[in-house]
Design a binder for this molecule. Structure first.
Ligand code: ADP
Ligand code: MG
Length: 241
């Protein structure tokens, strides 16, 4: 008997009305994600990857269907409960970083803590530790314009970790980075998965994704077409004597 998956998606639909047309961005997806997986979401442009990720993260509302996360159904939540869900379970990483340009790296990482009632005295030490964790301990007073793209994405990852989420959702996190820097960012996400057990769902076009992710979901026209296990053995198996 297997445990309940961390995320369970049931017949999920998201439709957009465009004039007299209806776009079926997510068109009946059923899938689940176990705690500790690093799931890559792949598929051509327009296949529904971002929409699926936003629905999972409670940034968008499904038209119908269910999303169960840690035993809670989120499609039916009201705005306040959905905001609580986002704060407590989810860290987001976007292609274009979305850092606040007037704030230092440190202030950007502290920012989510301000709205989550993290005690004032804990904020800076926690943010410093997170920036250290992502390899930016020597850049904490820099503003985004004073950082490279890869460094900005590291700040965004530290910010995503600010409230210690179980789940990290990343929408093409390497899309604005060169190949080498992109690989470093994927390595960092992989470390957060392997070393801290964070569950990661990342939309990516990275051809070497099988080196990082434990499984990939393939989308086409809002449908799930394939789920490919990468056979990465993450946990050392204890051999019984
Ligand atoms: P992907 O991330 O795989 O490129 P998206 O999830 O962004 O795809 O989009 C899937 C489909 O839904 C596309 O046809 C897109 O044009 C449409 N779509 C996405 N968001 C909206 C929106 N806010 N309004 C109208 N159509 C949208
Ligand atoms: Mg997209």
């Amino acid at each position: 008997m297997s445990a309940e998956p961390l995320i369970r998606i049931e017949d999920l639909h998201r439709e957009f009305a465009m004039g007299d047309q209806v776009v079926h961005a997510v068109d009946g997806i059923t899938a689940s994600v176990d705690a500790g997986e690093f799931l890559a979401v792949m598929g051509p442009s327009g296949s529904g990857k971002s929409t699926l990720l936003y629905l999972l993260g409670g940034l968008d509302r499904a038209t119908s269907g269910e999303i169960w996360v840690a035993g809670q159904e989120i499609v039916g939540l009201d705005e306040n409960a959905l905001a609580d869900y986002r704060r407590s379970e989810i860290g987001f990483v976007f292609q274009s970083f979305f850092l606040i340009p007037t704030m230092t790296a440190l202030q950007n990482v502290i920012f989510p803590m301000v709205f989550a009632q993290v005690p004032v005295a804990e904020r800076e030490p926690r943010a410093l530790a997170l920036l250290e964790r992502v390899g930016l301990g020597d850049r904490v007073r820099h503003r985004p314009t004073e950082l490279s793209g890869g460094q900005q994405q590291r700040v965004a990852i530290a910010r995503a970790l600010a409230l210690n989420p179980r789940i990290i959702l990343a929408d093409e996190p390497t899309g604005n980075l060169d190949t080498k820097t992109g690989a470093e960012i994927m390595q960092l996400l992989m470390q957060l998965n392997q070393e801290e057990g964070r569950t990661i769902v990342a939309v990516t076009h990275d051809p070497s994704v099988t080196d990082y992710a434990t499984r990939s979901l393939h989308l086409l026209d809002g449908h799930l077409t394939d789920s490919v296990d990468h056979n990465l053995h993450r946990y050392s198996q204890k051999v019984e004597p």
